[in-house]
Design a protein around this ligand. Structure first.
Ligand code: UDX
Length: 437
């Protein structure tokens, strides 16, 4: 099939590349000339595991092309994906200007039947708006479909190629059939393509992300309470997660969720509720709790240093909002580092992928280390903000030698508390007992 994807951010690029992988002819459109030029030269503009291999393969096979011309994109695809940014507005709602502006152009430019697919996370009622805007100018038949993505950064290629479900919000049989044909190769395993109305599809995305953010936040509260009563959240988690109604996943406590989706989507759903006089009390709590959770280790670090962090050097491992990505949007590391810097601490930081992005934000306020052990050299303590695999089995002896005192504040509960105690570390994590304090 002929496919166009408008917008080559994380979602657009993964969508375009993976759709080319099953033999479709894909054109990706972006207004950023430099980016398009780079992609034409085979350069993947983001870090996403496994994307480079299929990107290269499909460019070579001439199934994946790039252009800055919206017109070319609109002429080419029988299905046109909108994968445009929907950033958070000042009031927490999703800013739809990119989606709506492109829709206006689509109305003016399409010449034959097209299925326009909303891939971006958009509030309930957006498909309807897009439909109306295109209809103002369109001189041919078209359908608008809502097809939210559920891609996790770091696993986006796998999630796209082997989705647990595909949601298609459509009220046109013709468009639904085309979408089913397009996705058939991805659901051979029998996973469902769930067809519903556009509004329910739009809400499914917000509901799923808000539920997951709530699940994590609930666990963070249980972890905080564990500390009060001397319970161990690891054990509570294992006990709870074995109930299949609860499930083992997304129960890991820590210094809060971040990223480009959860924070934005939870706020957007709450705002959308407000606009309809519906008060999502649970989401307000989630936002408030998560914001506090991001700096939950800060007072503990201050207390350890007798409320005087001035001139202390803290090593920070992990800056990305989660492992396997260079994305630092809403990363808890940012709140932690800003807090520590404001108290006069010096920070020696390391992350396997996110340093360039952090550098753009913090400039020369941080000392950027070449390796995890370069970060801990002569530091007064180590703080862990992201659970990259490389941090899971450190050389304890080396670490002890490098740190001025063997002190670890762990925002992701990477180590066994008893092991750390036996190794002689002062170890403070989330929802578990602190040792050698
Ligand atoms: C999320 C959704 O999972 C995906 O379906 C959606 O389309 C986009 O948003 P992503 O933002 O890539 O994906 O990250 P995810 O792996 O879901 O993690 C989100 C945040 O929750 C991270 O900050 C992570 O550290 C945190 N998290 C996750 C926890 O704190 N505990 C957990 O148990 C799981």
């Amino acid at each position: 099939m002929k496919i166009s994807v408008i917008g080559t951010g994380y979602v657009g690029l993964v969508t375009g590349t993976c759709l080319a992988e099953t033999g479709n002819e894909v054109i990706c459109v972006d207004i950023d000339k430099a980016k398009v030029e780079k992609m034409r030269n085979g350069e993947v503009p983001i870090y996403e595991p496994h994307l480079d291999v299929i990107f290269e393969r499909n460019i070579k096979a001439n199934r994946l092309r790039f252009t800055t011309s919206l017109e070319e994109g609109l002429d080419h695809g029988e299905i046109i994906f909108l994968a445009l940014p929907t950033p958070e507005d000042e009031d927490g709602s999703a800013d739809l200007s990119y989606v709506l502006n492109v829709s206006e152009e689509i109305g003016k430019k399409i010449k034959g039947y097209k299925v326009i697919v909303d891939k971006s996370t958009v509030p309930v009622g957006t498909a309807e708006k897009v439909q109306e805007i295109i209809a103002k100018n369109a001189t041919c038949e078209f359908d608008v479909v809502s097809n939210p993505e559920f891609l996790r950064e770091g696993f986006a290629v796998d999630d796209f190629l082997k989705p647990e479900r595909i949601i298609v919000g459509s009220s046109s049989e013709k468009a639904t059939d085309l979408m089913k044909k397009l996705y058939a190769p991805f659901v051979r395993s029998g996973n469902p393509i769930i067809v519903m109305d556009e509004k329910s599809a739009e809400l499914t995305k917000y509901a799923a992300n808000s539920f997951l953010a709530t699940k994590i936040t609930f666990m963070n509260e249980i972890a905080n309470y564990c500390e009060k009563v001397g319970a161990d959240v690891d054990l509570v988690r294992a006990g709870m997660g074995s109930d299949s109604r609860i499930g083992k996943r997304f129960l890991f406590p820590g210094i809060g969720y971040g990223g480009s989706c959860f924070p934005k989507d939870v706020k957007a759903l709450r705002k959308a509720g407000k606009d309809r006089d519906y008060d999502f009390k649970i989401l307000s709590s989630v936002i408030e709790i998560n914001s506090a959770q991001k700096t939950i280790l800060l007072p503990k670090i201050e207390e350890y240093f007798n409320n005087n962090l001035y001139g202390k050097t803290i090593a920070v491992w992990g800056l990305a909002f989660k492992p396997e990505t260079d994305d630092i949007r809403e990363a808890p590391s940012i709140d932690m580092m800003e807090g520590l810097l404001s108290k006069g601490a010096k920070l020696q930081v390391f992350d396997p992928e996110a340093i360039p992005n952090i550098q753009k934000r913090f400039g020369d306020k941080l000392i950027y280390a070449e390796s995890m052990y370069a970060a801990t050299e002569n530091a007064d303590a180590l703080l862990i903000c992201t659970e990259w695999s490389i941090f899971r089995t450190p050389d304890y002896e080396k670490l002890k030698k490098q740190l001025i005192n063997p002190v670890v504040f762990d925002g992701r509960n990477l180590y066994n508390v008893n092991d750390m105690e036996a190794e002689g570390f002062t170890y403070v994590s989330v929802g578990r007992k602190s040792v050698n304090l």
